[in-house]
Design a protein around this ligand. Structure first.
Ligand SMILES: Cc1cc2nc3c(=O)[nH]c(=O)nc-3n(C[C@H](O)[C@H](O)[C@H](O)COP(=O)(O)OP(=O)(O)OC[C@H]3O[C@@H](n4cnc5c(N)ncnc54)[C@H](O)[C@@H]3O)c2cc1C
Length: 317
């Protein structure tokens, strides 16, 4: 158990909620990489009001971190202190109203693409190529094959660290390439995306095309975190990585994908430290070979194993 938990029993100092609240929960299974330490407390809210209630009533200074489906996330081996929020099924509902698709932030992008297809709503096909949740996709301005969230975003609702709701329009989001201006402690709970009327068969064909191209170019059936680095302006990260000779580079159980060298893969026994260390090694080599500094797209969160051990040691009687 983490030191903070031993001394202060965080879970016992939190308000009574309707959702699920658990202490010291292993998080690796909630991420695509399948690595990372535990959450001090994991909270799966029953609905938006439940989430707002917990945030408003949490003790001052307790950190809050939100997980989507962990497809662009590296959780460090020491885990995440404070409260980790995960939006479950209650946040996965979608409904189409005219040319607008309203969705909970916990719905997965491929499911939203399917709902749009079934309703004859075109323009959201690219979402079938993004394996994340809508909340994660809004935060990251996810995009694929010419489409991106910024182009289809109509509005969203987010809850801030004090439990207050905010309506967000596209101006408030200030979207840029794989970036939004969403405050770090704001949690998107629902979003409305805009499409245009279209023929479901033509939409389905475009979605199949996106799927086929992904299968061909990305290691989508592995333990990966998607694109590791953002593309520097006018360049492609994978080309720089290839030029620096990093394709197939290994550290512990982590490897740079042979198929798409901007993807890191956990071959089975990797730790988060292996994956992060390998990523940093790639950045160093790319800089030495090309003078270009790659920036992480993957969000790295939590504390290293050594910090956790230190916290536990500090907290020992
Ligand atoms: C095989 C593979 C292929 C991929 N291909 C693409 C691609 O083509 N294009 C692309 O853009 N991405 C791609 N990705 C990356 C990833 O799917 C996207 O970045 C996605 O938007 C992340 O969503 P998530 O739910 O997994 O978020 P997570 O990885 O869980 O979290 C990512 C960030 O979003 C934040 N977040 C999550 N939910 C919320 C919320 N409700 N409110 C506020 N913040 C939140 C987290 O705190 C974190 O900072 C790929 C990933 C994989 C594994």
């Amino acid at each position: 158990m983490m030191a903070a938990l031993r001394h202060t029993h965080l879970i016992e100092r939190l308000p009574v909620v309707r959702g699920r609240l658990r202490a010291d929960v292993a998080l690796a299974r909630y991420t695509w990489f399948r690595v990372g330490g535990p959450a001090e407390v994991l909270f799966e809210p029953a609905d938006g009001d439940d989430l707002a209630h917990l945030l408003a009533g949490r003790p001052a200074g307790v950190a809050v971190t939100v997980l989507g489906v962990g497809s662009n996330l590296l959780i460090r081996d020491g885990g995440i202190p404070g409260i980790v929020v995960r939006l479950g099924r209650a946040f996965a509902k979608t409904r189409v109203e005219g040319t607008l698709l309203r969705t909970g932030a916990g719905a997965t992008c491929p499911n939203v693409a399917k709902a749009a297809r079934d309703a004859g709503l075109a323009g959201l096909e690219f979402l079938t190529g993004v394996p994340g949740s809508i909340g994660g996709a809004v935060r990251m301005n996810a995009g694929a094959y010419g489409g991106e969230i910024a182009a289809v975003f109509a509005s969203a609702t987010a809850i801030d660290g004090q439990g207050e709701r905010h309506a967000l329009d596209v101006g408030a989001m200030d979207f840029a390439y794989r970036h939004s201006a969403l405050a770090e402690d704001w949690i998107v709970v629902e979003a409305t995306l805009a499409g245009q009327p279209g023929d479901p068969a033509a939409i389905a064909a475009r979605m199949e095309d996106v799927q086929a191209r992904r299968e061909e170019t990305q290691p989508i059936r592995t333990r990966t975190g998607g694109s590791t680095f953002t593309n520097p302006s006018g360049m492609r990260a994978w080309e720089l990585i290839d030029r620096a000779g990093c394709r197939g580079l290994r550290r512990g159980g982590a490897i740079v994908s042979e198929k798409h060298c901007n993807f890191l893969i956990n071959t089975g026994g990797a730790s988060a430290a292996d994956l992060e260390g390998l990523g940093e090694e790639v950045r160093r080599r790319v800089f030495d070979a090309t003078g270009c500094r790659l920036e992480w797209e993957i969000r790295r969160i939590g504390v290293p194993a050594a910090s956790r051990l230190a916290m536990v040691a500090e907290g020992s009687p």
